[in-house]
Ligand binder design. Sequence first.
Ligand code: ZN
Ligand code: MN
Length: 499
Amino acid sequence: MSAALMPYEEALAKYEPVLGVETHIELGTASKMFCGCPTTFGAPPNTQVCPVCLGLPGSLPVANKAAIEGIIKIGLALNCTIVEWCRFARKNYFYPDMPKNFQISQYDEPLCVDGHLDVEVDGETYRIGIERVHMEEDTGKSLHVGGATGRIHGADYSLVDYNRAGIPLVEIVTKPITGTGDKAPLVARAYATELRELVRALGVSDVRMEEGSMRCDINVSLAPRGSAEWGTRTETKNVNSLRSVERAVRHEIERQAAVLESGGTVVQETRHFHEDTGTTTSGRSKEEAQDYRYFPEPDLVPIAPSREWVEELRASLPELPAARRRRVQAEWGLTDLELRDVVNAGALDLIEDTVKAGCAPAPARKWWMNELSRRAAEQGVELSDLPITPRQVARIQALIDEGSLNDKLARQVFEGVLAGEGDPDQVVAARGLKIVSDEGELSAIVDQVIADNAEVAEKVRSGKVAAAGALVGAVMKATRGQADAARARELILEKLGAS
Ligand code: ZN
Ligand code: MN
């Protein structure tokens, strides 16, 4: 059963989308939020649990300082105010993957409030307001066995793994995002991308969407164009790839527009996103905050970060992605478009590391963006997964700079390194790729080429300098491309009295 859709352009002509994104990020702390259990991903089920994260009677939670440090860093990087005093709250609900029957979260007293993150789409900057960033704990994981979809419907039985229960979770909630028009799906994607880069740069989470350490809930509503009133929103839960973020927004716009157009009403509910079809289906009707019976968590002391500590953390922030892009763009002399290409190709780190290894920015960018991007595309892998390091790329360029290689030979060295033949110098030695730089050897080859091509040589002698190109070609052929072509040309012209 698939929902009726309105074509995207038509939907955008009639309605203005309003977005909201709630992102959950698992922090990469060594231990859980309120107990000492380890947090390693992929451990056998229920091997990383204790009375606290299993919610056994009498157990008492203690907050993880490293996690509080992590969330404050995220809040600061998102330009938020870090409040001076706040509390944890109990969010009460029953779900089998949550053994305490409540989640320790924050309700009306979040730790970080009122920030923003700038994102760029097609050369235009959108400032995404951040409503709040709060601290909570993750739930366990249910596994539904039997049935076709992996969902609970149709399953024969369900298993539950509490290893993830109690892992520190930061929830980042945007303010309503308006005024994006037909760019809405791209803005949502750009926001998730930038947020992921930001948190990765902070080093507080590995932000792997495919492993669930970053998950986005996407709110979408539509307002008729010209209307001041927003429509009813839906919340598409746990979208776990950047591409899916974009597709989920687009699908909800098309679906809700069709519902409204047919005179129906959009139901406030959570929805599931299906990767295979790019569609959403109805989940459960959305609870209101009052359904959770929030109250301050009595087993934990308030969080009251001192201003000194906050300032210490602010001073410890690394260079953030936006600042880094601006710096690199200036240092490398890139246009906006060139910078965007580098970022989209996932080449920024690689090029920067190549430059750090002693290579000039222009050739570093050239190799990664041309030769190596092409080879990565051919093999269907990410640029960073190619078996070559920035240090090796820098070494190949150094061999070019010192005159031992030309571009053509360098390509063969790249080929050798990628084929696992060793470091650039090993490949050069094993494949015999050094430029013929011995002047005597080159001179002899030039003499031979002139003798073998008497007619062409005569033309050059009589002033047709352009004909020398054919002789240079013959020298390159004779040396299997290993001569310095510019030097060969000089020698030819000298010997033929045409220089
Ligand atoms: Zn535990
Ligand atoms: Mn949450």
